[in-house]
Design a protein around this ligand. Structure first.
Ligand code: SAM
Length: 563
């Protein structure tokens, strides 16, 4: 972490752990313990798993074996993650003893002061019985950067969403009314942490709870129980663990209609947007049909040799920067399980080529205090320019990823099939993910999409360039050698496809020379010449005026979505 102070709620303050008097762990910030040392696992199992009847409820959920069924547990205060680890272990045990199940488990935990990974590893060393789950959590633990992080274990149909930031700011923004089956209320004692146990909190817990959903907490403080009751929960005291006299349990009364979910979905476009949305829907139990007018997957810009993936934070904590950072963390969490031939975490070095860019980049790293792995300032580089290094960035074979994702058994592919009308008849919803072609549909003709032609050139490695290990971004980019070639891109021309060029375009030799010249201007020393130029590829990006993606439901139209 940078040692500059930050003023952003976006950068949560990480916390130091200290040994408590009984040899457990306490938070220096709150002067309270995470759990009692001697009985930590048994006590958490009793208060949170047993008192919410999770042994029976999760076994019944597992037995449904239905990908449309999701059981959701929310938690105030992730802390060391002990409660969530116990749930994961219980879920893992059901898979081991009763076989695989398509049913899904979603855990959502809120945390203002994340513990750093190394400190967590010390805590976990004391829990050998949870070793498998601890190892998974450590391997997927996100950087301490505010927002929503998703950790996946596809073998267990498990997603853990860590929401980093003050719950007073993050909980009101949570979507998913009526979806939480169980709440663990574990945010330090109200006396030690009065700010968290605020009256607004209870209304949001109630809003997000499913009818019949339950909750439990160590605390029996009257203010908390009155707050929960006023929000609509039925609350009672029950016997606490061991010598502890009491604790709180509660539930949201029944009487709420289950939400009808769409089940048969048409997705138009088999590029990275279409493949991502199709996979996400298939994982949630929907039957998905993907249509593409081309005879192959990722035929347009998604099929470029490599996509360069890195976050673009802003210096002023703007929503666009937050979005980019969260999108990057989301993508990286998915990609880092992929084989080397699809995702290579090379790091991305972005050279700052003029004084203005240098100043902005320095402001970015100073303001947020980003974890080094996400974004760090490099005063000196081998390229005579300072740079931002995104060490967890890399390069993606997006076409290969699309193929992998579209191979899901609940996805049917219809290549070479042009859709003329939306919504597509016979489906509960239609998702349009066809880039510039989305505007061919009358209801989407006004989408602010601007086609932008780009040509990527491939280059034979030189004696010097073959040693390049990172992706370098300057005005364009240069990849390390992939299957014998560097890829350098890309040109920008405000042009759209014409009748004759369709979605592809003929290669323009002058554009290859332009890529080469930009490269040689900023990355002197590699010694590329025109003789090193090899194949090239030109396609049309779909850009928007503010460079943000378009995603969501089309207002006023029956079940049409765009992404
Ligand atoms: N469930 C945890 C475990 O298994 O280790 C123990 C949680 S500990 C008792 C309480 C946690 O609540 C701490 O990690 C603390 O940082 C977090 N917390 C306190 N105030 C918060 C707030 N306003 N928003 C989000 N998290 C908060």
């Amino acid at each position: 972490m940078s040692n500059q102070t930050t003023t952003s709620i976006f950068a949560p303050i990480t916390v130091d752990l200290q040994r408590s008097a009984d040899g457990g762990w306490r938070s220096v910030l709150y002067d309270d313990v995470y759990f009692q040392r001697n009985h930590a696992l048994d006590e958490s199992r009793y208060v949170f798993l047993e008192k919410n009847r999770l042994y029976d409820r999760l076994a019944a959920h597992h037995a449904k074996n239905d990908a449309r069924a999701v059981f959701t547990i929310g938690e105030l205060g992730f802390g060391t993650g002990l409660n969530m680890l116990l749930v994961i272990d219980l879920w893992r045990d059901l898979f081991a003893k009763q076989g695989n199940s398509a049913s899904r488990l979603h855990l959502i935990s809120f945390e203002k002061h994340p513990i750093l990974r190394d400190a967590l590893a010390n805590v976990y060393a004391e829990w050998p019985t949870l070793e498998k789950s601890c190892r998974w959590l450590l391997a997927n633990y996100p950087p301490p950067c505010g927002g929503m992080h998703h950790l996946h274990d596809d073998n267990l149909n498990l997603r853990l969403t860590l929401v980093l930031g003050d719950i007073g700011a993050t909980l009101p923004d949570m979507a998913g009314d009526g979806t939480i089956d169980v709440w663990f209320l574990d945010g330090f004692a109200p006396l030690k942490n009065p700010a968290m146990w605020h009256n607004d909190l209870y209304a949001h817990l109630f809003r997000l709870s499913r009818a019949g959903g339950t909750l439990s907490s160590f605390t029996v403080v009257g203010k908390v129980r009155r707050g929960l009751t006023a929000a609509g929960f039925t609350v009672e005291k029950t016997k606490g663990f061991g010598i502890k006299w009491s604790m709180t349990v509660g539930h949201k009364p029944d009487g709420h209609q289950a939400i009808q979910k769409p089940q048969r979905i048409a997705v138009i476009g088999a590029g990275i947007a279409g493949a991502s949305v199709a996979r996400a829907l298939a994982l949630r139990g929907c039957e998905v049909s993907v249509f593409d007018r081309h005879g192959e997957i990722a035929a347009e810009a998604s099929g470029n040799p490599r996509a360069i993936v890195y976050p673009k934070p802003t210096a002023d904590d703007a929503p666009s920067g937050r979005f980019s950072l969260m999108a990057f963390c989301f993508a990286e969490a998915l990609y880092h399980h992929l084989p080397q031939n699809i995702w290579q975490q090379t790091g991305v070095l972005r050279l700052m080529l003029d004084a203005q860019k240098i100043q902005r980049a320095q402001k970015i790293t100073a303001f947020h205090g980003y974890p080094d792995a996400l974004c760090s300032w490099q005063e000196k580089t081998a390229f005579n320019h300072p740079a931002l290094l995104h060490a967890t960035g890399g390069m993606l074979d997006a076409a290969a990823l699309c193929k992998q994702w579209l191979g899901h058994p609940r996805i049917t592919l219809h290549l070479g099939t042009t859709i003329d009308q939306i919504p597509v008849a016979g489906f509960d919803a239609t998702v349009v993910a066809s880039a510039n072609a989305a505007r061919h549909f009358a209801v989407l003709a006004d989408l602010p999409l601007q086609p932008l032609r780009g040509q990527v050139s491939s280059l034979k490695p030189t004696a010097v360039s073959q040693n390049l290990r990172q992706v370098i971004c300057h005005e364009g980019y240069l990849t390390p050698v992939v299957d014998g070639w560097h890829h350098a891109g890309a040109t920008f021309q405000k042009e759209g496809p014409t009748q004759t060029t369709s979605h592809t375009d003929t290669i323009r030799p002058q554009d290859n020379l332009e890529n080469l010249e930009t490269l040689n201007t900023h990355l002197r020393g590699f010694g590329f010449g025109a003789g090193d130029l090899g194949p090239a590829r030109a396609r049309y990006r779909a850009t928007t005026p503010d460079k943000m993606p378009i995603a969501g439901k089309l207002e006023g139209a029956a079940n049409i979505y765009v992404c």
